[in-house]
Ligand binder design. Structure first.
Ligand code: NAI
Length: 648
């Protein structure tokens, strides 16, 4: 229980450095150039003092050496400071005071501008610790009282210890500020909690060591109060303005690029509110029109850059209703606590079927007979035409597609040889080739099903194409850069190969209206298709089902199995428990902070599972009682927190 709260005056109450405001008053007398130089120097002095690099006394001397400061500057500055006191500060202090918290204010600034403010906030005078300015006979400031403990880097800690010894800090103590001296009170054990208050000047090193970090004053209320205290009417009025702690209702969904209607049906069936769009949206449209969307579904044309993702902080998950995820900045999504789900193998069968069809077409020389028939020629010859039965197919890359092709072709009577860099279990009667060369030497048909990697770029170059059997055919429906197309064209023209089918190319048109050019155009017995290996209605339905199932499971249970950018966690739900999902920066000590929130609120943890991936940690926690939004707020303000969500 927190009974005493110590505020740093400048960073929390003023959101500025008081002494700087006084000095700015004095700098008004200088010419513009000198004033600008002095202001920049002033900022630098304050920064170095804040992070503990320059001792406080030295920083004060440096500041007052910049320009002469007189009593009237101090008085005018103090009046401005009091007038600028924000209503939010007044409200928060009133709420804390009414609830019986003991409030203390520490400042390295002087009585002249600190006390009018603390009196306005009704903080007792003997709870306010300041320094005193010294003046000469002409009213010019000559310095500060250097014996004042606040001038020492450990000065605040020293005062807290004294207060403790005098029995003036009964119970738990929290410090709110953003300086090294505030943090030191906590690390020296004189306080139980350090709350980092973000201002324009961020001290990341200090923030990282804080128990909690907040950037709006009333966000810190749940840190200091019990649930009962927070439910009082007065607190509720203040707390209602707080944006955090939203629990999981039914999400708003936006599906773009005509994602198959099966997806919308599934998600609507769950009660989700689904909006659909035909084309891809640009970043500006997403930022302006998708602000309420928690689940975003796209295909390959909608680019989600880091900037767009950062501008959509309410997003819970992204569904890529396609195979690839290059269009999404996956790291930015992970950093924002957003898992991305895609459908990697939903079109495997479609590609495999196309390959089977192409082999039959090529071995019967259908492309040229078809072209001739359209042109009024009757090419009825059987020359160069063959059945596929009894022939040997060589499959390079025996993964999802390669192994399906293997099964289908064996059923059509082909012998299957395969080559893979990984030790793969042969299906049916398929045989692993002794190496790539053996496969090329033995196969009547070579079909490629490898990924795009540095090793597979130009895998089928001129020398490998030459190693293929005379009159063999080559099929590539994997990735465009795997085959050297100029070498393939030469082999076809020379008659070394009898045909080829290509569905993928090194350069593919970005838009349907762009012109497509390849060296294979016009070659005999060659099938060219526009990257449609996986483009079937069945594949679209599979993709829609697969990705929407992943999204449903994630929203219902937090499961991230199959996410491409996220730690994978899948914890079965236990009846009568309530679930919280917590995404955080993966640094030591976060779990302890999260569990201390539960301990502080007497919440029993029934189960939890944590996984990390690079610098992201993802925790699912089941607790045996319903948790309030205040508990979520506490978790939201843990310094390392990226996202928190509650599941009913
Ligand atoms: P997969 O990952 O299941 O299988 C790829 C296989 O290739 C793995 O077994 C792997 O060990 C093997 N491999 C990797 N490097 C190799 C190398 N240097 N030599 C021999 N084997 C190697 O992938 P999947 O789903 O079977 O897809 C295969 C290819 O098909 C991918 O490039 C994919 O992008 C492409 N694809 C094309 C489509 C189209 O519309 N044309 C549609 C779907 C996939």
């Amino acid at each position: 229980m927190i009974n005493n709260i110590i505020f740093d005056f400048d960073s929390v109450i003023l959101c500025a450095e008081g002494v700087e405001l006084i000095l700015q008053q004095a700098l008004l007398r200088l010419d513009e150039k000198t004033r600008l130089q002095c202001t920049s120097k002033l900022n630098q002095i304050t920064y170095l003092a804040d992070i503990g690099e320059t001792p406080m006394a030295e920083a004060m001397q440096e500041r007052f050496a910049l320009a002469p400061v007189y009593r009237e500057d101090v008085e005018a500055g103090a009046t401005r400071i009091l007038a600028a006191l924000s209503p939010k500060v007044r409200e928060t202090f009133a709420a804390l005071r009414t609830a019986g918290k003991r409030l203390f204010v520490f400042s390295t600034g002087s009585d002249e501008w600190v006390r009018p403010v603390t009196r306005a906030l009704q903080v007792e005078d003997d709870h306010v610790f300041t320094n005193q300015l010294l003046y000469d006979d002409q009213g010019r400031v000559t310095g500060f009282d250097e014996k004042n403990p606040l001038f020492l880097s450990v000065g605040k800690g020293y005062i807290v210890e004294q207060l403790k010894n005098e029995g003036r800090l009964p119970g738990g103590t929290a410090v709110v500020g953003n300086g090294a001296s505030d943090l030191a009170i906590r690390t020296n054990g004189c306080a139980q909690m350090f709350v980092y208050f973000s201002t324009q000047r961020t001290h990341e090193e200090i923030r990282r060591q804080a128990d909690f970090s907040v950037d709006v004053l009333d966000q810190m209320l749940p840190l200091f109060f019990s649930e009962d205290e927070l439910s009082h009417e007065h607190m509720q009025a203040i707390y209602a303005q707080n944006e955090f702690g939203k629990s999981a209702g039914q999400p708003q969904v936006l599906l773009l690029e005509s994602v198959h209607e099966m997806a919308a049906k599934k998600l609507q069936h769950e009660g989700w509110n689904v909006r659909q769009g035909k084309g891809a949206w640009c970043s500006d449209k997403l930022i302006s029109d998708a602000g309420e969307v928690q689940v975003l579904g796209i295909r390959s044309q909608t680019r989600l850059s880091g900037k767009t993702i950062a501008a959509l902080p309410q997003l819970w998950a992204i569904g890529a209703f396609c195979i690839g995820t290059n269009q999404i900045d996956l790291q930015a999504a992970a950093d924002a606590g957003i898992p991305v789900f895609n459908a990697p193998y939903s079109n495997t069968r479609s590609v495999a079927e196309l390959v089977v069809g192409e082999i039959i077409m090529l071995l019967r020389r259908i492309p040229e007979k078809n072209r001739a028939a359209h042109a009024g020629q009757w090419l009825k010859s059987a020359a160069g035409c063959a059945e596929i039965r009894g022939k040997t197919v060589g499959i390079i890359g025996y993964g999802h597609i390669g192994s399906q092709v293997s099964v289908l072709l064996e059923n059509l009577g082909m012998s299957v040889l395969f080559h893979d860099i990984v030790d793969k279990l042969p299906l049916g009667n398929a045989r692993r080739a002794g190496g790539l060369e053996e496969l090329l030497n033995s196969a009547d048909v070579v079909t490629l099903h490898v990924p795009d990697t540095p090793e597979t770029r130009n895998l089928m170059d001129a020398s490998r194409i030459q190693k293929m059997r005379k009159g063999a055919v080559l099929i590539n429906s994997s990735r465009g850069k795997v085959v050297d197309l100029a070498a393939l064209r030469a082999a076809l023209d020379e008659g070394a190969l009898s045909g080829a089918a290509l569905d993928v190319f090194p350069e593919e048109p970005a838009q349907p209206q762009d012109v497509f050019v390849t060296p294979l155009q016009g070659a005999a017995n060659v099938i060219l298709t526009p990257h449609i290996g996986g483009s079937t209605q069945e594949a679209q339905v599979n993709i829609a089902n697969y990705v929407s199932d992943k999204l449903l499971r994630f929203v219902r249970t937090g499961a991230t199995a199959g996410a491409v950018n996220f730690p994978e966690v899948d914890l079965p739900r236990v009846p009568h428990t309530h679930r919280i999902l917590h995404v955080h920066r993966n640094v030591p000590g976060v779990l302890a902070k999260i569990n201390s929130v539960f301990a502080r609120r007497n919440i029993n943890v029934a189960g939890q599972m944590l996984q990390t991936k690079e610098h992201i940690g993802y925790l699912i926690v089941d607790v045996d009682q319903q948790v309030s939004n205040q508990v979520l707020d506490l978790m939201q303000h843990i310094t390392e927190t990226i996202k928190v969500r509650k599941i009913a």
